[in-house]
Design a protein around this ligand. Structure first.
Ligand code: HDD
Length: 666
């Protein structure tokens, strides 16, 4: 695969695999790189050792500040193609020309934790996409949750101070199980809706590949005639939206803190390219006030049943980075990176973001020329009169660096709108300056209730347990009580169940939203379920038969199911090399397990494999001769998803595709 971005990056790649002399940064070939220059073999190091000083100075400055939020992230390159010409809505070329493949770079992230935190924490996930279009970079800087905690960007520092580890002890890392978050939640009820999402299974994505993405804000699409439509952007994963369960997420956090990034990296290396469809929800200007929520309020979603999602294109991630620091760490996203045909709405959260993203790069990437870092460069020409600054890497020729000028024929010049120059949407504004929240932004509970109503019973229970875990860890009873009082405004039964679990007074007042309204699209039970790239651990022993393994793995492969053979220790069984062991992987890493030998549970970690798979509602297969293995555990053979497999495991695949057997829930 090569595309314009790939070609551009090629000019910056350095490959030292060929015969390469080690030099200083000035190009001086060095004869020695192991020993500093000393006064005598056993003497002190000399100040004149420029090679030592240069090497050490560079090393001392290798780290840059991590992102203030979304510090832990992982990225990949890919392409986007639009299915149909959307020029009725927008003049953005990457959304109108179906023959174009637009290079993209995507960075997924957790929000709360630091760069070294765990992948499988309970949190929202960032989903930031940079489209390198021929009209400039367009960034869609979204999350895996369609709404946000706050309505006005001026509260972002407060939110982040509350959500991050507490300042006096820097605890907790990666989650929200602490007083300041729940104090914020109770005192700032606009955060209720998003918190319902983060406490639910949505806060525990199984894979970046099985996450939805949302632009969150309402944006505008503008067509050639200057007509505007309101739009919300969605990414719909073609593998469906799937999550971990909490116990599983916690085990994985200990056994593989890189679980999500490894999954993304390896699936791209294998050629199992992750894919998402771009979805648009469109509301015409005339319909702006037709809804029972304000479309400018970022704590509100547009129910898909009321405003359908039109799938307009596909993004495929097909190339891992060459260097994580150079690309993933230095990539700088900004919701204000626009192309003609897309514009902002007056969502006050979006408006404030437009300041913050450039500002943060100045300290993170060390100055105003971060757009020149290879990963950030547009693939189209870019020129203006901005000059100098830290890390300037261009040599601008000529006498002029101002607009307008006659000396250089007024170059670089502006471009008329008809020829592709950007102009902001001509929105009419007639208003008083105020610091205020619009009346239309004041309902914080109806959509929190809509979300809760839309979940299945197991999903509701997971949500309750999420609250109980995170809130239960607070030290102050009044913080817990205030939070329960806030949840009570969504659903009294939910608040009562959580209060019972965390040992505070159940609510006595009846303040909940009275509504049965549901949006089926919000439940992950209604997502796509397919076998593609699911993974299975086949647990074998030295007495397992090659022939038996062969039929099963053939069928799994034919159905695009990944598998690993796992045993007590590394071994070979006929043509099969078993390199994974109970030490190196765990059943939590797989979507299902198959047991092929009655002796398996006699091996202590293996019994845990089977029982963990059972309590995580996964599909467990066993061969006739391994029946006794299941009998030796607490797994009940007559429960859903516990399958005595036929010769090629077809019946196992029928169960595996369901992914979880919630009806096993106690
Ligand atoms: Fe933000 C990073 C997503 C509100 C200020 N944000 C950041 C990233 C994502 C989001 C995905 C990581 C980008 C990357 O991978 O480099 N942020 C969101 C979404 C929001 C949101 C979906 C609400 C709809 N953010 C938001 C507000 C502000 C910020 C209201 C401040 C006014 N966000 C930042 C930031 C970050 C950032 C501090 C940290 C690193 C960076 O920008 O580049 O400026």
């Amino acid at each position: 695969m090569t595309n314009k971005k790939d070609e551009q990056l090629e000019a910056f790649r350095r490959d030292h695999s060929e015969d390469t002399a080690l030099t200083t940064n000035q190009g001086l070939k060095m004869a020695e790189d192991e020993f500093s220059l000393k006064a005598g073999e056993r003497g002190p190091t000399l100040l004149e050792d420029f090679h030592f000083r240069e090497k050490m100075t560079h090393f001392d400055h290798e780290r840059i500040p991590e992102r203030i939020v979304h510090a832990r992230g992982y990225g990949a390159h890919g392409e986007f193609e639009v299915y149909e010409d959307l020029s009725n809505y927008t003049k953005a070329k990457f959304l109108t020309d179906t023959s174009k493949k637009t290079p993209v770079f995507v960075r997924f992230s957790t929000v709360q934790g630091s760069k070294g935190s765990n992948d499988t924490v309970r949190d929202a996930r960032g989903f930031a996409t940079k489209f390198y279009t021929e009209e400039g970079n367009y960034d869609l800087v979204g999350n895996n949750i369609p709404v946000f905690f706050i309505q006005d960007a001026i509260k972002f520092p407060d939110l982040v101070h509350a959500i991050k580890p507490e300042p006096h002890n820097e605890i907790p890392q990666g989650g929200t199980a602490h007083d300041t978050f729940w104090d914020f939640f109770a005192q700032n009820p606009e955060s209720t809706h998003m918190t319902m999402w983060t406490m639910s299974d949505r806060g525990l994505p199984k894979s970046f590949r099985t996450m939805e993405g949302f632009g969150v804000h309402t944006f505008r699409l503008i067509n050639k005639e200057g007509k505007s439509h309101f739009v919300k952007f969605h990414w719909k994963p073609l593998l469906g939206t799937h999550s971990l369960v909490w116990d599983e997420a916690q085990i994985i956090a200990g056994k593989n803190s890189d679980f999500n990034r490894e999954d993304l990296y390896e699936s791209i290396e294998k050629g199992d390219y992750p894919e998402w469809e771009l979805g648009l929800q469109i509301i015409s200007e005339e319909d702006e006030f037709k809804f029972d929520f304000d479309i400018l309020d970022p704590t509100k979603l547009w129910p898909e049943e009321e405003v359908p999602v039109k799938r307009v294109g596909k993004m495929t991630l097909n190339r891992n980075v060459d260097n994580v620091f150079a690309e993933t760490e230095q990539v700088a996203f900004h919701p204000g990176h626009l192309v003609p045909g897309i514009d902002f709405s007056n969502d006050p959260l979006l408006q404030g973001r437009l300041f913050s993203y450039t500002d943060t790069q100045l300290s993170r990437l060390g100055g105003p020329n971060f757009h020149q870092i290879p990963i950030n460069r547009p693939v189209c020409p870019f020129a203006n009169n901005q000059r100098d600054g830290m890390h300037q890497s261009f040599v601008h020729k000529g006498q002029t660096s101002y607009h307008k000028n006659a000396i250089n024929n007024n170059n670089p010049h502006t471009t008329p709108v008809e020829e592709g120059g950007f102009e902001s949407y001509h929105e009419k504004i007639d208003a008083h300056k105020v610091r205020a929240r619009s009346e239309s932004f004041k309902d914080h509970y109806s959509q929190a209730k809509l979300y809760y109503n839309s979940l299945t019973q197991p999903e509701k229970e997971h949500l309750r347990d999420g609250f109980a875990f995170e809130l239960g860890k607070c030290k102050h009873d009044f913080v817990k009580e205030n939070a329960i009082a806030n949840i009570n405004k969504v659903d009294k039964d939910l608040a009562t169940q959580i209060a019972d679990k965390i040992g505070v007074q159940a609510p006595t007042t009846d303040e909940e939203v009275k509504s049965d309204k549901k949006s089926p699209a919000l439940s992950m039970e209604n997502t796509i379920k397919k076998l593609d790239t699911l993974s299975v651990a086949i647990i074998v022993t030295a007495s397992s038969k090659e022939a038996e393994i062969k039929d099963i793995v053939q069928n799994l492969s034919d159905n695009k199911v990944n598998f690993k053979l796992v045993a007590e220790k590394a071994m070979t069984i006929g043509a099969f090399k078993v390199s994974e062991t109970f030490d190196t992987v765990h059943s939590t890493f797989f979507d299902g397990i198959i047991v092929l030998d009655a002796k398996v549970p006699l091996l202590p970690p293996a019994k845990d494999y089977i029982e963990a798979a059972n309590r995580h509602f996964k599909t467990i297969g066993f061969s006739k001769q391994a029946e006794a293995a299941i009998d030796a555990t607490s797994v009940k053979k007559d429960e859903p998803g516990i399958i005595e497999i036929d010769a090629s495991a077809n019946n196992y695949l029928d169960a595996l595709v369901k992914q979880r057997h919630w009806d096993r829930q106690p």
